[in-house]
Design a protein around this ligand. Structure first.
Ligand code: FMN
Length: 340
């Protein structure tokens, strides 16, 4: 039995961030009691290969839900083909003042301005070491709020060096709207310099550890055709292994009239779906298969996952859909994608 439809009204009666922590704690408890695998439909195997990695199915967890890697085993039991933890920063930081997370249930959307609240990279690594999960684990890295944007590369390099050996792939988050000026790093010159440094370090680490860990970059949905073309060219030139499209949007199209629709932050869920798919489609045309796209943004049902793959994604990720639909969304998406 899927208990989520019964639990959701109680969770939605709580403030969104309280519900978030309660859900993660309950997931861990349910997993320890062996209840999670029993109550969550397990997806059938549908192996995919991308970035030299073998994924048991193409449906992953997007970054931001388990920022510190505190629920890796429980999330693994939900049946994801891969799990991305983070965004993590070199030093712990509290993030923005609360409230900073808002549901827009009328449109199945979420606005967040969390601001990379996290326990820091060392705490995340301890959690990864403690986990029994042996599936694909992405680790998403970012910069501390106090680090000036001109020094952003230093933070990403610290993150890359520390997480490298613990990750199946590393995701470089340059698209959160909640860290001042972060999205500037998507600009031509800044991105060229950042990717150059990260690639050099990746190859050095690969040599040092005798293990090549793919590097991916996560981009925003708020990019025009010219910016997408420029980013795609740089990803290819620097031999980046994958691209995650997309993060949350700054647009308020279709939500401005709703309670909380005016809150500052990034909008996710159903309202970002079309924007995110359009970026994937444009990116796929530019990349022409040079590197795989992980499609994320507004997947609320199986058909939405199919839309992302049709637009050119090799794999998909979900976050907001889990809040609205619960963990059964994972197997629903897997079933819709099977053999596609
Ligand atoms: C509350 C919240 C926190 C998030 N935190 C992060 C984060 O730390 N790093 C990141 O790369 N993306 C973060 N995201 C963005 C998601 O990973 C995803 O890219 C975006 O929400 C679009 O997918 P969705 O519509 O399925 O939620 C966050 C999203 C939400 C809703």
């Amino acid at each position: 039995m899927n208990p989520y439809p019964l639990l959701r009204p109680a969770l939605f009666s709580l403030d969104a961030e309280t519900a978030h922590h309660l859900t993660l704690n309950s997931l861990n408890t349910a997993h320890r009691l062996g209840l999670l695998a029993l109550t969550t439909p397990q997806p059938a195997d549908d192996p995919r290969e991308a970035m030299g990695l073998k994924f048991p199915n193409p449906v992953g967890l997007a970054a931001g839900l388990d920022k510190n890697g505190e629920c890796i085993d429980a999330l693994g039991a939900v049946g994801f083909g891969f799990i991305e933890i983070g965004t993590i920063t070199p030093l712990p930081q509290p993030g923005n003042p609360k409230p900073r997370l808002f549901r827009l249930p009328e449109v199945q959307g979420i606005i967040n301005r969390m601001g990379f609240n996290n326990l820091g990279v060392d705490a995340l690594i301890e959690n990864v070491k403690r986990a029994n999960y042996r599936g694909i684990l992405g680790i998403n890295i970012g910069k501390n709020a106090v680090t000036p944007i001109e020094k952003a590369a230093d933070d990403y390099l610290i993150g890359l060096r520390k997480v490298y050996i613990h990750a199946s792939y590393v995701a470089v988050n340059i698209s959160s709207p909640n860290t001042k000026n972060l999205r500037q790093l998507q600009g031509g010159d800044e991105l060229d310099a950042l990717l150059g440094q990260l690639k050099t370090e990746q190859l050095k680490l690969a040599d040092q550890h005798g293990k090549y860990v793919p590097l991916t970059v996560k981009i925003a949905p708020d990019l025009d055709a010219g910016q997408i073309r420029e980013i795609a060219a740089l990803l290819v030139r620097h031999q980046i292994d994958g691209v995650i499209a997309t993060n949350t949007t700054l647009s308020r199209d279709g939500v401005a009239h709703l309670p909380h629709g005016h809150e500052t932050g990034g909008l996710s869920g159903a309202p970002v779906r079309e924007k995110s798919t359009a970026v994937i489609r444009a990116l796929a045309a530019e990349l022409d298969g040079a590197l795989p796209i992980i499609g994320v943004g507004g997947i609320l049902n199986g058909e939405d996952a199919v839309e992302k793959i049709r637009a050119g994604a090799a794999l998909v990720q979900i976050y907001s859909g889990l809040i609205y639909r619960g963990p059964a969304l994972v197997s629903e998406c897997c079933a819709a994608l099977k053999n596609r």
